[in-house]
Design a protein around this ligand. Structure first.
Ligand code: SF4
Ligand code: SF4
Length: 139
């Protein structure tokens, strides 16, 4: 989520300490969106690692010093307007699960949580929803 009213001094942008995972199609769309929105060419190899799960191969944003490569010095997302779906739906982190460590959880209206959960159900790739563990691979 990382909304403008997030108190990042309090949480330290906790949501950006996990690498979001994307499918092949999603990463193509992201590269295209970032090109249009930020006039920036996202180099896949520079910013992403291949991650293997039980159901397929995906792309995970690289981590630098324990935080997402897209987080800037001010702890804000550099590609916020194009951020991956998993980031957009945070603090919903599973079909029926919220990251309770996020301070926003206590502020979000129930209706919004329901919408985010519904979107998670409908919009997150079915294979990613089933994955338990990702292993980084070279090819
Ligand atoms: S969504 Fe939660 S963890 Fe992420 S920046 Fe906002 S308050 Fe912090
Ligand atoms: S892509 Fe942006 S919102 Fe998502 S984890 Fe990285 S810095 Fe945070």
């Amino acid at each position: 989520m990382q909304a403008m009213d997030c108190d990042i001094e309090l949480c330290g942008s906790l949501c950006c300490r996990n690498c979001p995972v994307l499918t092949e199609n999603e990463i193509k769309d992201l590269i295209e969106d970032v090109r249009k929105e930020y006039a920036f060419e996202l180099d896949r190899k520079r910013y992403f690692r291949r991650a293997k799960g039980e159901h397929g191969i995906y792309f995970a944003a690289k981590m630098i010093k324990g935080q997402c490569i897209f987080l800037n010095k001010e702890k804000r997302c550099r590609i916020y307007r194009c951020r991956p779906k998993l980031c957009e739906l945070y603090p919903v982190v599973d079909v029926d699960s919220l990251d309770e460590r996020c301070p926003q959880v206590r502020r979000l209206p129930d209706e919004l949580v329901s919408v985010l959960k519904r979107r998670y159900m409908d919009e997150i790739d079915e294979r990613i929803k089933q994955e338990q563990v990702f292993i980084f691979v070279k090819t």
